[in-house]
Design a binder for this molecule. Sequence first.
Ligand code: 5GP
Length: 171
Amino acid sequence: MNREVLFSREEIDRRVRELADEISRDYAGGELIVVGILKGAFIFMADLIRALNVPCKVDFTQLASYGSGTVSSGDVVISKDIGLSIADRDVLIVEDIVDTGLTLSFLVETLKKRGPRSLKVCVFLDKKARRKVPFTADYTGFDIDDGFVVGYGLDFDEQGRSLPDVCIMKE
Ligand code: 5GP
C-alpha cells in the first residue's frame, strides 16, 4: 500500500507544544500521573511529557480488543495494568487515536473506580465521525476524517511506528 503525509513532523511538533502548554496551564502547581496506552501512544507521550512544565510520573497500560485487522470490536480487556496507585492523584491518559471510542471509554470507567482526584484524556488524533459510543477527549491534537493512518507511533500490522510524519494509507 502507498501512503501520503497527512501531518508533517514540523506540524506535529508545533501542535504537541501547544497541547503541552495548555496542559501545563491547567495543572500549574500540581503533579500529574501520565498513563500512556501501549503501544501506539509511546512516541506522542515521550514528546508531550518533555514539553510539559509540570512534574509527572509515568506509567503504561496495554489493552486488547477482540476483533480483527483494523476494526475493533466491543470487548476490551486490560492486558497490562499500570503499576502506580492513582488514588487521589491527577491522572492524564495519553492515547494515539480515538476511533469508535470503545477503548477509551472502557479505560476511563476502569480507572475511575480507583478513585483518582481527576482523570482527563489527551488524544493525538480523533476520528469523531466513527464513534460507536459517546466519547469526548479533554485535549485533542488533530481531528481527522476516516482513513487509516500510520507513523508517529501508529502502526499498520506493526510496521510504520517509527515514521516521523503521520501518513494516510492509500490503496
Ligand atoms: P477505538 O476503541 O477508539 O475504536 O480504537 C482505538 C484504537 O484503534 C487505537 O488505539 C488504535 O490502536 C486503533 N486505530 C484506530 N484507527 C486507527 C488508525 O487509523 N491507524 C492506526 N494505526 N490505528 C488505529
